[in-house]
Write a protein that binds this ligand. Structure first.
Ligand SMILES: *Cc1c(COP(=O)(O)O)cnc(C)c1O
Length: 435
């Protein structure tokens, strides 16, 4: 059976490529920082240029038509530019995957997956430990007739028990925001493979640096590029990456026009057509460039963030004003062993910290001098917020209880500051409220 010729280079937005790139004998950062100039850009540029063009013109009308009909190339920037394609190629490489589509935000990426692939009457199984805005999005999906089961995905048996004949998809986060629960990622991957379910893994908190999503058998991997990959708190973006592990020929909702070529590529093509062309959740070239520049130091930042987070978690765990610290790097974390095995001895930058009931959360936070009181995570700066009063406020006390978010819960996203400054900051604030 002959396969269609594989178009070349970063022009291609939905290219199926071999799992290992020619450069893949080199390390994560080496590949990343040399990716653009190895593509032989004009004038020997080392960065992919920022292409501001909205539209792309052709001298031959037949060529224009061919690109509209699926040939590699650009038409209108809502469906991508050479600059966004270069970022997509980098994320694909980090994930050891086949192809990526970039979006304006992580939420746009998630929306594109759910709305492009699910229909009324479909059943979706999701972890009950997930980012609050994603939880809210799933409630919106329910209003469109998607049936939702929220389960404790730290145990694959609970996912299995929820499977029904109309189940189409399983959604989990690698490390859950903000409780840091770690789903039974590999066993759920096995289960999804055996039952031919689409397995969507949101890898935002672990990032492809700790583990690529294909390690867990994911069909699609979501990364918020606003977090660790961009890293500097100056750009929003999201990405959906196709690992190539899922054969879409058995999935009933792929439109006829996208059932072309290798069936492992159909799902992402539909996500791109619906999510970018039809819904318009497009990343701009300027922002894509900023994210790509930030990504160059991702491994360095992550190493530092993970080391700082572990040190801070160990300190906080012993503090008398703290009742509980949720951090996968602590031996007390229920999924510590699994995290150690899967994430190469790094545990990410997010801490969930529960203060004792008698501690005034706001008073404590107001005493911090280094950490910024702000939402967001995966930033160079340490950021703290009282989760129940902010990102989980809207969903009300019952859903918060279901998701394990008590009133005294602090979400701390650890940055790259000097360790002693960070620990000193929390020590001063907690000692003062305890005095
Ligand atoms: C932040 C976050 C998102 C959403 O990403 P944005 O880029 O902020 O839209 C999705 N999933 C997780 C786990 C996140 O932490």
């Amino acid at each position: 059976m002959s396969r269609p010729a594989r178009p070349q280079g970063p022009r291609l937005s939905i290219s199926i490529r071999p799992h290992r790139l020619p450069m893949s004998d080199q390390g994560f950062t080496t590949r990343l920082v040399h990716a653009d100039h190895r593509a032989q850009l004009e004038h020997g540029a080392i960065h992919q240029p920022i292409h501001p063009s909205t539209e792309y013109a052709y001298t031959d009308a037949r060529e224009l038509a061919a690109v509209f009909q699926g040939k590699a190339g650009y038409t209108y920037a809502r469906q991508g530019t050479p600059t966004t394609a270069s970022l997509e190629a980098k994320v694909t490489d980090m994930e050891h995957a086949q192809a990526t589509v970039a979006f304006a935000t992580g939420m746009a990426a998630l929306n594109a997956i759910f709305f492009a692939l699910l229909r009324q009457g479909d059943h979706l199984i999701a972890s009950k430990y997930i980012f609050g805005n994603t939880n809210s999005l799933l409630m919106t999906l329910e209003n469109f007739g998607v049936e939702l089961s929220l389960v404790d995905a730290t145990d694959a048996a609970q996912v299995e028990a929820a499977i029904r004949p109309d189940t189409r998809m399983v959604f989990v986060e690698t490390i859950a925001n903000p409780g840091t629960q770690i789903a039974d990622l590999k066993a759920i991957g096995e289960l999804c493979r055996a039952r031919r379910l689409v397995y969507v893994v949101d890898s935002t908190l672990s990032s492809p640096y700790l583990a690529p999503g294909r390690d867990f058998g994911a069909s699609l991997v979501v990364n918020s590029l606003s977090k660790h990959i961009g890293g500097h708190g100056n750009a929003l973006g999201g990405a959906v990456t196709q690992t190539g592990l899922y054969d879409w020929s058995g999935f009933p909702h792929i439109y006829e026009q996208y059932r072309k070529g290798d069936p492992r590529g159909w799902g992402l093509l539909q996500i791109k057509k619906k999510g970018l062309r039809d819904m318009g959740g497009t990343l701009s070239s300027d922002v894509a460039h900023r994210i790509a520049a930030g990504a160059e130091t991702m491994a360095l930042r992550m190493d530092r963030i993970c080391a700082n987070a572990l040190a801070l978690a160990r300190f906080l765990e012993t503090h008398p004003q703290v009742s509980r610290v949720h951090y996968p790097g602590l031996a007390s974390h229920p999924q510590h062993a699994r995290a150690t095995q899967w994430f190469g001895g790094r545990y990410g930058g997010l801490l969930g910290v529960e203060l004792h009931d008698h501690v005034d959360v706001f008073d404590c936070l107001n005493r911090l001098r280094v950490a910024a009181l702000a939402t967001h995570l995966g930033d160079n700066r340490t950021l703290v917020l009282p989760a129940a009063h902010t990102i989980y406020y809207e969903m009300g006390p019952e859903r918060r209880a279901l998701m394990g978010i008590p009133d005294g819960f602090l979400r701390i996203s650890v940055g790259i500051e000097d360790e002693a400054d960070l620990i000193g900051d929390f020590a001063r604030a907690l000692d003062a409220v305890g005095a």
